[in-house]
Design a protein around this ligand. Structure first.
Ligand SMILES: Nc1ncnc2c1ncn2[C@@H]1O[C@H](COP(=O)(O)OP(=O)(O)OP(=O)(O)O)[C@@H](O)[C@H]1O
Ligand SMILES: [Mg+2]
Length: 270
């Protein structure tokens, strides 16, 4: 169909099994999905439902045990290091624990310079690079002058999280996997972070995929919601469909756990 939205990431029978024998865990169990370009997607499920495992497969950090991933309609090929690096120009992630995303021996300057290089800006003049880093920092309300020559661990949790978003600002990926990006911060900064991600989506046309156990957040931010239970998508559809009219008992239970869905994520009160 001509006016159907383009597929950005599609999975077919995607499966990940860890361990053998008694320790065997089917973390992700034959999931099918088709994420469309420009759509805001949330994957919601309880702890241990397989969300991070799925994200790691999508990123190419771990290999699926079974199944296929299609990127922009083509079977994904990241067999060589070169192809993997090329793939990572298109898809990036921010994780639960921002600290784990940084190499602790790298100063903030080099974290940001690496992003510029990844986008092909290695040979740009120094002052232009500084201008780009300054712009990226100010996008997330950080001051580059105050960060230069520091290490990421010298920042607060909230600042580290914002630095991650500054990286995304420079990398401009087409897809961003955000795995509980707001878990370390208070409600007010949480709304700010979400706001920044949404602005980024509008500025660079990025497709964000939120991974969360917070069905309230999913309702607030997303167009399409996938509900994950024990490695399986038990329900999916528009946020209104799934969250206001849930069919599955598991979804109903997740909703009951969040009594104040609407209030908690109402940004107009921030
Ligand atoms: N590297 C690993 N080796 C063995 N088992 C693993 C590994 N990673 C994850 N698992 C198992 O796979 C299952 C899904 O884990 P996963 O981290 O994907 O859950 P999650 O939905 O992200 O949970 P949370 O909300 O707590 O982050 C769990 O049972 C977990 O113990
Ligand atoms: Mg997880």
């Amino acid at each position: 169909m001509a006016n159907e939205k383009k597929s950005c990431l599609r999975g077919e029978g995607l499966t990940k099994v860890f361990g053998l024998g008694r320790t065997r865990t089917v973390a992700v169990d034959h999931v099918d999905f088709d994420f469309k370009e420009g759509e805001i997607i949330s994957i919601v499920g309880e702890s241990g439902s397989g969300k991070t495992t799925l994200a790691k497969m999508l990123l190419g950090l771990i290999n699926p045990t079974e199944g296929e991933i299609y990127f922009q309609g083509q079977k994904r090929d990241i067999k060589t290091h070169k192809k993997k690096k090329e793939y990572w120009r298109n898809i990036q992630a921010i994780f639960q624990d921002p600290f784990s995303s940084y190499n602790i021996f790298n100063k903030i300057d080099s974290v940001l310079l690496d992003c510029i290089s990844m986008r092909g800006g290695r040979r740009l003049p120094k002052d232009q690079k500084i201008e780009m880093m300054t712009e990226a920092c100010s996008f997330v309300n950080l001051k580059f002058e105050e960060l230069t020559n520091k290490y990421p661990f010298e920042l607060s949790g909230g600042q580290q999280q914002r630095l991650m978003i500054a990286r995304i600002f420079l990398l401009k990926p087409q897809i961003l996997l955000a795995d509980e990006p707001t878990s370390m911060i208070d409600a007010c900064s949480r709304a700010t972070i979400l706001d920044m991600l949404m602005n980024l989506r509008d500025d660079i046309g990025m497709t964000p995929i939120f991974i969360t156990h917070d069905i309230g957040l999913a309702y607030y931010v997303s167009d399409t919601v996938y509900i994950m239970e024990k490695g399986v998508f038990v329900e999916s559809g528009s946020a209104d469909e799934v969250i206001l009219h849930p069919k599955e008992p598991y979804t109903k239970r997740l909703i009951n756990d969040v009594p104040k869905i609407y209030e908690e994520w109402d940004l107009s009160t921030v």
